[in-house]
Design a protein around this ligand. Sequence first.
Ligand code: ADP
Length: 453
Amino acid sequence: MFKKVLVANRGEVAVRVIRACREIGIPTVAVYSEADADSLHVSLATEAYCIGPAESAKSYLNIPSIISTALISGADAIHPGYGFMSERADFADICEQHGIKFIGPTGDAIRKMGDKAQARATMQDKDIPITPGMGIVDDINKAKKFCKKVGYPVIVKATAGGGGKGMRIVNQESELEENIILCKTEAQKFFGNPAVYIEKYLVNPRHIEVQILADKFGNVVYLGERDCSIQRRHQKLVEEAPSPAVSEKVREKLGRTAVKAAKAVKYEGVGTVEFLLDKNNNFYFMEMNTRLQVEHGITEMISNVDIVREQINIAAGKSISVSQRDIELRGHAIECRINAEDPDRNFLPAAGQINGYVAPGGFGVRVDSHVYSGYTIPPYYDSLISKVMCWAPTREQARRRMYRALKEYVITGVKTTLPFYQDLIEDPVFSQGKFDTGFLEDYNNRKAQNKPE
Ligand code: ADP
């Protein structure tokens, strides 16, 4: 096992990884920016080092600082969490060159899956269904011809895209060229790579993703699916496991396909294969996230598998502790991502000091967070402050438990998305589980119509 693990991240995910290390018995090294000295991950780790100023580029994305901290502190492994360095193939390579184990897949696997156009081509080679698409756009006439053939709407995507950025939906040919140019500019700005490709845009599918674990001995298992269809601007708001729309038969098919996708790139570690599911139960590979995902906790609740512990063990060269046959999914879990944002002002990020904080608890409730009473949320990073996850034997019980937990949760001093979720969880369409990626638009329209004059 590792002697010491450096956690190259902040916020709730840094706390999550430190907790797993403590349970295994591995000392941890936290790194933090000048703005994060008071964050919970700093006090929970065995050691902590400031690695730079608030700006991410100079701290959490500063490779020389992170690597030298690992070497000086004697850490023999780095856990990247999600975001920041987690999908940087160059970082995985640099760790390896310095004799530090990157807790994640190889740089090569990250590269193969990180480029969305290349990942699609790899999947197509293995007969895994993908939405109809054309490769990198280099000629507008070719693009026009393709779109005419598959029919509008289409979606232009940055090959290096992520986090809901670098995607543009196009409804008709007259808008195509302009959107390609805009998407390229965005792709260059956010991801340093202007390449874009086009695929058919499915109208209101479900976003279904499969959690997989893969070890170096070639064992790959799936832990069922998560439904992440409730999104705002292509970013997930609520996730649940299992999906209310997936039958046992489709689950098995999705799981087997996800395993095949992982095997196609000789994947090692934990990962998520994302699909779009249409109304006729056809599903299409969208992308693979080669890291731990924000919403992994709900899968832990229904599968009883500690995904971060497995991830660390796999990186240390051990085999997965469960076989496909042992995995039994039980009950239902829902997650709400609580952000420091003002839902009444178009989800404007709201930094500042939390002056009152009481987290919910009780049977089946899990809250993963790095905040506490008196904590000041810095304005520099993602606005996620906590994840509330509720488990119960049935979906309806989990939903009611979530409502109860959200009503109990007290966060004062800053605006949060709590009131937004309290409403959403009680929505009749959500309650019935009959939603797709068009849910939020429909929900907002229904709310606007019912508003008293
Ligand atoms: P990111 O990597 O930024 O998360 P994804 O490729 O995972 O982007 O897509 C995010 C979301 O965008 C999906 O969950 C879905 O709602 C929507 N989306 C992406 N591609 C399509 C498509 N071809 N048809 C319909 N919706 C899509």
